[in-house]
Design a protein around this ligand. Sequence first.
Ligand code: ATP
Ligand code: MG
Length: 355
Amino acid sequence: MESSARRDLPLLTPREVYERMDRYVIGQEAAKRAVAIAAHNHLKRIQARRLRRTSLLRKSNVLLIGPTGSGKTHIARNLAEILAVPFTTVDATEYTEAGYYGKDVEVMVADLLFKANHSIEDAQRGIIFIDEVDKIARRTQGARNGAGSRDIGGEGVQQSLLKLLEGREVYVPMNVSQAWNRGDFVAIDTRDILFICAGTFSDLIHYGASESRPLGFGAQGGPLGRRRISTRQLVDYGMLSEFLGRLPVVVQLELLGEEDLLHVLTEPPDSIIREFRELLEVDGIELEFTEEALREVVRFSVKKELGARGLRSILEHVMGDVMFEAPERRRHHVEVDGDFVRARLGELEEIGVGL
Ligand SMILES: Nc1ncnc2c1ncn2[C@@H]1O[C@H](COP(=O)(O)OP(=O)(O)OP(=O)(O)O)[C@@H](O)[C@H]1O
Ligand SMILES: [Mg+2]
């Protein structure tokens, strides 16, 4: 039963998790630290279980609150890689309370089992990332638009998630794609599955680049962000307190500023600029970007409030012609400068590509 070869390895310490994450995740210091601690506790729980000890450690499910493109999904995905556990991301809005049209929450666990190559043991210590949990807020007395009609989506889904988050056995089909044949079900215990929920909660917090605050100095307002959102606010927003109670680690992510985004472009081992350079290297072309060129890209993403999420599509547009023609041009060196980027972004502004 105990199939893992990693069984005897010492647990990664929070610092080790943090340092590994730090190579890929720019800024978001508070989030990286909190998630690293949660991850360490997750490993401890799993180990206790392996040694057949009962553990008093509370499950350290996480709620990440942050603007679009700040790294919520990115952090969770990286964490799964660092811990070498199966990972699945799901969208809270696709689920419904049992009995309604839509997916039952158990499907999340089936997804994870699939990602774990059908290994029950691996799935049971994996990570499920539930995105857009702010969209399953309870709608009270038609406080928001669409009064009443959307109730099936919200509160009921939170209710159904309670047991999963806390830990219980669920029966899922061994193979999601197969017909739901009674005999093919397996029991998965969600007790040690780490749930990371995420949402922008943009009605609660104004993320826009405030004029008074110079961009580029990421976590200015202290380690936990400028305005802490309280549990009270989340409850008023429509999150059930039982739901929040099962997400003991709440972390706010910062809007990434200009300097952060420059680092995102160039620093991580899998950064977008490295990727473009590597692509052209195959054709024997050395690709350079001036700092001004990179700043223009970054400023555009900041202006559109896209965070790191916008960088790729902006660069794809900027680089379109270069990538198309470069392999035939037989030049060994291509430099992309500020003027070039400005010209291309001007077009983007005009045609209003869906960025
Ligand atoms: N802090 C960061 N450091 C490095 N790269 C980042 C960071 N944040 C985002 N990215 C990059 O931007 C992409 C989009 O980020 P991600 O999907 O994590 O955003 P998000 O916070 O989940 O936003 P959304 O709410 O729109 O889903 C990631 O794939 C990653 O490449
Ligand atoms: Mg995301």
